[in-house]
Design a protein around this ligand. Structure first.
Ligand SMILES: NC(=O)c1ccc[n+]([C@@H]2O[C@H](COP(=O)([O-])OP(=O)(O)OC[C@H]3O[C@@H](n4cnc5c(N)ncnc54)[C@H](O)[C@@H]3O)[C@@H](O)[C@H]2O)c1
Length: 353
């Protein structure tokens, strides 16, 4: 059996969804819709309906699921329409602009009795899964810090992403993924949230943020994103993870992760001071470790791809497994984003759960 899909919003992400669906043997794309007909001209699918009228797509009875990949400010309107027509829904992230808007959306979805999930496919990113696997194996001892960073050099933000009214800004764009990954990894309540959120070079929307999540289990999750970190080392200025525990650390750079797990063979709590001379003067605590003390291990190999999001979705539709991305999880991420804005505005730490 194949699940029959329609795509609403055929811009950047709509095209990616088309490719994905056409690569899956148990999915079939029946129609695409975009208010801008130009956008559908390079669709590679043959024999499907291409329409600028959303009702025409939603009236196709055979369509079981719609993927909603319109700009953020119209998610609620389109989700509501699709739910009222009885379609199951995969909505692009961020599902809504606010928790309130999301709650209203969920009422519509529940009243209609349709399945609803959000395209948080970065739960299947290789770099994230590598970090998560190391964390899950518990080989780093008591973890106290998890750092997740993403940096861009050119300050590139495009199209509607630079305008507030369309739901632009990096917190909505990538923040939603980075927060979702952190909360998917650390299974603990968040006690407090403290954040900085800035418009470094953009007039209307944020293009830099730094977020501290203090979890009840003692871990601090730190998330930083900057679109304008000028540097001449593109690899470093991409994606990073660092996990620090009392038995080891893990670092991992790049979307195709390169890094190591590092441990010490001798955990020294108090030793006689040994002075190392550096260009900045003598140090006893921050010199290199003695020869042979530090041992490293390779990062685990993980096998994750974005297609797994759709495999899970189709299995869930067929009743074989649960949807991976659940409504309360989506709501929690949106609530964190609101706390981030509040903390950045007030300069105060926000009590959370
Ligand atoms: N999950 C991810 O990794 C990922 C990546 C990029 C974008 N996105 C999300 O996908 C969504 C779309 O982003 P994009 O970058 O593809 O934007 P885009 O501007 O390239 O595409 C959006 C398309 O929606 C169309 N549209 C707008 N209102 C419509 C309506 N009422 N009915 C039908 N079509 C409508 C526009 O004409 C446009 O072609 C956003 O929510 C964004 O956050 C997700």
């Amino acid at each position: 059996m194949s699940v029959k899909f329609g795509i609403i919003g055929f811009g950047f992400m709509g095209h990616i969804h088309e490719q994905m669906l056409n690569s899956l043997k148990n999915a079939e794309l029946l129609a695409i819709c975009d208010i801008d007909e130009e956008k559908m001209k390079d669709s590679t699918s043959k024999g499907i309906l291409k329409t600028s009228n959303i009702d025409e797509l939603l009236n196709i009875k055979e369509i079981d699921t719609v993927i909603i990949s319109v700009s953020n400010h119209v998610h609620k309107e389109v989700v509501t329409k699709a739910a009222k027509k009885g379609k199951n829904i995969i909505c692009e992230k961020p599902a809504a602009m606010t928790v309130k808007e999301f709650d209203e959306m969920v009422v519509e979805v529940k009243n209609a009795g349709v399945k609803f999930t959000v395209h948080q496919q970065r739960r299947f990113d290789e770099d994230f899964r590598t970090a998560k696997q190391v964390f899950d194996e518990k080989s780093l001892g008591n973890v106290y810090t998890i750092q997740s960073m993403l940096y861009g050099i050119n300050g590139n933000m495009h199209d509607w992403h630079v305008y507030k009214k369309y739901g632009g800004g990096m917190l909505y764009d990538w923040g939603v993924h980075l927060i979702d990954q952190m909360l998917f990894m650390v299974d603990s309540k968040i006690k407090t949230i403290y954040a900085d959120l800035r418009n470094v070079i953009n007039e209307e929307v944020d293009d830099y943020f730094k977020i501290w999540l203090r979890f009840e289990n003692g871990i601090t999750g730190e998330i930083e994103l900057g679109t304008y970190f000028l540097a001449d080392k593109p690899k470093w200025f991409e994606r990073h993870w660092f996990i620090g525990g009392d038995k080891g650390s893990m670092y991992c750079d790049g979307f195709e992760p390169e890094g190591k797990i590092a441990r010490t063979t001798r955990l020294l709590t108090n030793v006689p001071g040994k002075t190392t001379m550096t260009a900045s003067g003598p140090t006893r605590s921050f010199g290199p470790p003695p020869e042979g003390v530090l041992i490293t291990e390779e990062l685990p190999k993980v096998n994750f791809e974005h297609v797994m999001f759709f495999e899970n979705y189709i299995n869930a539709i067929e009743g074989k497994e649960e949807l991976l991305v659940k409504i309360p999880e989506v709501r929690r991420v949106l609530a964190v984003m609101e706390a981030v804005r509040e903390s950045a505005k007030t300069g105060k730490s926000i009590d959370f759960e």
